[in-house]
Design a protein around this ligand. Structure first.
Ligand code: LMR
Length: 328
């Protein structure tokens, strides 16, 4: 009897310590390469989080759509199959939070400072709050940059887009943007873009240079136009139930790690995009064209109606509030 009790006690201790030692795993899935601003920041977060929690948390990174493509990863997060993502702000529409598509409005942010006024102020915080009803907690905004346009023909005026099949992310604002230019937008997962460009399923696309270069899109696009017509950035999000269920000290340590990874991310995003642009130039396969101020004014004029057209979807008040912040 005594032996049985001792054994039971030993088993309890063993299973308790096995439990105590089992790390909390955060599966962090994303669709871009590791040498992009998002890819590098995810790695920085992993290092910081594991260090700050003395290994009680293990962050497993799954870059390059290794686990899931764009739409699937959001479903996987809601189901709890992964715990953390950083989808682009253009990808929240299918989830039912259309307001994030405001970030896709052409020429709405004249500078990065204007953008930060929005993401770091009450508008940005309010948008993250909207995710809660979807079982998602928004932790931070991560940066990428302003997009360039590419195709196999020069794109200098809005008229040059006529009839082109252009790959877009799943945002109705981007759909409206391309239609306003006379192009035919086609939603494709990020992982499918290179092949679609290579095989002619689509004629062109838009993305910041870092995404274009790391996916080798420039190898299958003869022309790139630096138009700065729109922005691409991210929201880092977690499964709310998972996040709320973490021990408080762990959550606090992870919040600090996320804050530091975010500072790092913002510091490298522009530099990475500049480096990618140089690398595209050096590769010599693509002709780069910088819009003149006059040409940019023409693009802006052509694309401004998209703001009005999208009021019904995004909300007039939100668009006005963003314009007001951006003008400060
Ligand atoms: C895209 O699909 O073009 C981007 O959202 C990819 C990314 O995550 O930067």
């Amino acid at each position: 009897m005594k032996l049985k009790a001792t054994l039971a006690a030993l088993c309890a201790v063993a299973s308790f310590s096995a439990f105590a030692q089992a790390p909390i795993v955060i599966k962090f899935s994303h669709v871009v390469a590791t040498d992009t601003p998002k890819g590098q920041a995810a790695e920085r977060f992993k290092q910081l989080a594991e260090k700050a929690t003395n290994g009680r948390v293990k962050v497993e990174l799954y870059p390059n759509s290794q686990l899931y493509k764009d739409k699937e990863e959001l479903e996987a997060l809601q189901l709890g199959a992964v715990q953390m993502l950083a989808p682009s702000l253009a990808k929240f529409g299918p989830l039912g939070v259309k307001e994030f598509e405001a970030f896709d409005l052409p020429y709405i942010f004249p500078t990065k400072t204007a953008l930060y006024n929005v993401t770091e102020g009450p508008i940005g915080k309010g948008l993250l709050k909207k995710l809660e009803s979807k079982g998602i907690t928004g932790l931070a905004y991560w940066d990428n940059g302003f997009k360039v346009m590419s195709a196999n023909k020069p794109l200098r005026t809005p008229a040059d887009f006529k009839g082109l099949k252009m790959r877009i992310q799943s945002s109705k604002v981007l759909d409206a943007q391309m239609r306003t230019l006379g192009a035919n937008p086609q939603v494709l997962a990020f992982s499918e873009v290179y092949q679609a460009l290579q095989t002619g399923v689509v004629d062109g696309t838009e993305n910041p240079p870092s995404n274009m270069y790391t996916q080798k899109m420039h190898e299958v696009q003869k022309h790139v136009t630096v138009s700065d017509h729109g922005y691409l950035g991210y929201a880092v999000i977690v499964n709310k139930k998972f996040w709320d269920g973490l021990p408080a000290d762990i959550r606090t340590a992870l919040e600090t790690a996320m804050r530091d990874a975010t500072t790092f991310e913002k510091a490298i995003a522009q530099r990475d995009n500049d480096m990618a642009m140089d690398a595209i130039k050096k590769a010599g396969k693509t002709e780069i064209y910088n819009l003149s101020a006059k040409e940019q004014a023409e693009w802006r004029k052509a694309l401004l109606p998209v703001q009005k057209d999208m009021e019904g979807r995004i909300g007039k008040d939100l668009i006005q509030a963003i314009n007001k912040e951006a003008a400060k």
